[in-house]
Ligand binder design. Structure first.
Ligand code: KIV
Ligand code: NA
Length: 283
């Protein structure tokens, strides 16, 4: 299958064809996402929450991200691969951002990076990374890496002035060279306004239906974590396209029962034999 490139994405955008994106964090999830024909695959820093079990995205390190990126790159043959720059990998200076982004490409085998945040200092870093020859996806609206100043995960752009700020940030990131923008948890009307104001594809999550594409978190869309005593709730905007969590739980439960009952492995799952004369010596 032909690889999705920036040109493929631009062509889709130009034709008004919606772009699909899903996160993946390891080899099997990358294979699944890739085989589904999804255009873009994001190795998101959401890995901190859905894979490592943290409450925020802040703790995941560059080295951890790279481990996930490498595994994903081995599983994906077709999708365009975007590596999320983790908290602490871009903020210090544009040079710092370039150094981190180069690692994402060189060690992580990504096709592009995503840099979160709309501050003007972030746009400077975006420009520096693009000038280093690396395609950058921006990310505005709810920016989970700024949870410390936001005070929690809440929808963004809830007032006209905040909405205008998001539009301004989006335009600044486009001017800095972003090839696309994630819009997270903003009202559909605001996402539509941003999409109208920029000439690059907007990829929404919890941002309504008027963006150029959509992204969801793998575990959330598959319905993986459904355990009431675990605090990992599926966000309101996420449609669950499967109940993979209950399928996993059922399979594990059945295996446990069969081992306990001595029913597994049966004859059918005891494939290794030994020659009759060798067996004689054992008996
Ligand atoms: O880390 C992530 O999964 C993301 C998406 C929500 C866009 O940044
Ligand atoms: Na992210």
């Amino acid at each position: 299958p032909r690889r999705v490139t920036l040109r493929t994405l631009r062509e889709k955008y130009r034709r008004g064809q919606p772009i699909s994106m899903v996160t993946a964090y390891d080899y099997p999830s990358a294979v699944h996402v890739d085989e589904a024909g999804i255009d873009m695959l994001l190795v998101g820093d959401s890995v901190a929450m859905v894979v490592h079990g943290h409450d925020t995205t802040l703790p995941v390190t560059m080295d951890e991200m790279l481990t996930h990126c490498k595994a994903v790159a081995r599983g994906a043959r077709r999708a365009f691969l975007v590596g999320d720059m983790p908290f602490g990998s871009v903020e210090i200076s544009p040079e710092h951002a370039v150094r981190s982004a180069i690692r994402m490409m060189k060690e992580g085998s990504m096709d592009a990076v995503k840099i979160e945040g709309g501050f003007s200092s972030r746009a400077k870093s975006v420009r520096a990374v693009v000038e280093a020859g690396i395609a950058v996806m921006g990310h505005v609206g709810l920016t989970p890496q700024s949870i410390s100043v936001l005070g929690g995960f809440r929808p963004a752009a809830q007032s006209a002035s905040e909405a205008l700020r998001v539009v301004k940030e989006a335009k600044a990131l486009e001017a800095a060279g972003c090839f696309s923008l994630v819009l997270e948890c903003v009202p559909a009307l605001v996402a539509a306004a941003v999409t109208r104001e920029v000439d690059i594809p907007t990829i929404g999550i919890g941002a309504g239906g008027h963006t150029s594409g959509q992204v969801l978190v793998y575990h959330d869309l598959l319905g993986m974590m459904q355990h009431p005593h675990h605090a990992k709730v599926t966000p309101k905007f996420c449609k669950q396209y499967g109940a993979v969590g209950s399928a996993i739980q059922e399979a594990l439960g059945a295996y446990h029962q069969e081992v306990v009952a001595g029913a597994f492995p049966s004859e059918a799952f005891s494939p290794y034999g030994i020659a009759a004369d060798e067996a004689e010596q054992l008996l």
